[in-house]
Design a protein. Structure first.
Ligand SMILES: Nc1ncnc2c1ncn2[C@@H]1O[C@H](COP(=O)(O)OP(=O)(O)O)[C@@H](O)[C@H]1O
Ligand SMILES: [Mg+2]
Length: 242
């Protein structure tokens, strides 16, 4: 992990939907060029946390700082402009369009030459997409569909990528492909904050692990320590305490 300073800092962030906040008093500091995995039970508030960082949820209190700047009052499109990309849960929004058309849609915030450049850039980064430009996105493998979704967001050139359950529903081989892709993104200077149901697979490529329970931070530390923690092994990694 390169020491690139803190790129994202949450301080006592509370966020949710209607009356009561779902995410409560959440504080973390994410260093640049790192991978952080968030794990936790269904309904713990992981998706709500990612959505709140991107500005899609009601803000109840606390701060979100991106590269030192408070952004909690900004709209998602302005957070995107500053360099935050969000890939929501689920794959392949446009299965009946070709890979090329999907990539053209992904460049919707860019104009003319900038859009063409962004498409060229992600195609150079993901040769597997370059080889399948005319193919309907719905006919790609699950792993390739997820990589297409990531590529569409990368076209905007984010520095921080928020990924919600990228390996959900994929075969083990395709899950490995996604984790390898995420590790490669870090190698290119990106910072990744990922929510994952495959806790073990994701923590293995991560610098930091975060465990969320009932909307709160339960534990955080180096990923290797989170994997080795007996409580985490039993609750989230399908193992025994020893
Ligand atoms: N659109 C919504 N409106 C109201 N409550 C929601 C909405 N989406 C999620 N919630 C609630 O927020 C809590 C956390 O959900 P979520 O962030 O999706 O958890 P996770 O991603 O960890 O499974 C749940 O209790 C859920 O019912
Ligand atoms: Mg979720």
């Amino acid at each position: 992990m390169a020491d690139a300073g803190i790129i994202l800092e949450l301080e006592r962030l509370s966020a949710g939907y209607t009356e009561e906040p779902v995410v409560v008093d959440f504080s973390i500091a994410v260093p640049g060029e790192s991978i952080t995995t968030i794990i936790g039970a269904n309904g713990a508030g992981k998706s709500t946390l990612l959505r709140a960082i991107y500005g899609l949820n009601r803000h109840f209190g606390g701060s979100v700082r991106f590269l030192g700047q408070p952004i909690e009052t900004l709209l998602p499109k302005d957070r995107l402009k500053l360099g935050i990309g969000f890939v929501p849960q689920g794959r392949c929004n446009f299965p009946l369009m070709s890979v090329r058309e999907n990539l053209e849609l992904g460049a919707y915030t860019l104009r003319g030459a900038a859009a063409a450049d962004a498409i060229e850039r992600v195609l150079a980064q993901f040769p597997l997409l370059a080889a399948k430009l005319p193919v309907l996105a719905g006919n790609l493998s699950g792993g390739e569909q997820q990589i297409l979704e990531i590529a569409m967001v990368l076209e905007a050139g984010p520095k921080l990528l928020l990924l919600d359950e990228p390996s959900l529903g994929l075969s083990p081989g395709n899950q490995d492909q996604i984790f390898a892709t995420i590790a490669e993104l870090r190698g290119r200077g990106l910072t990744v904050l990922v929510v994952e149901q495959n806790a073990h697979g994701a923590l293995q490529i991560s610098d930091t692990g975060i465990v969320m329970e009932l909307g709160r931070l339960f534990m955080t530390g180096p990923a290797a320590e989170v994997i080795a923690d007996p409580r985490i092994k039993v609750a989230y990694l399908g193992g025994k305490a020893n």
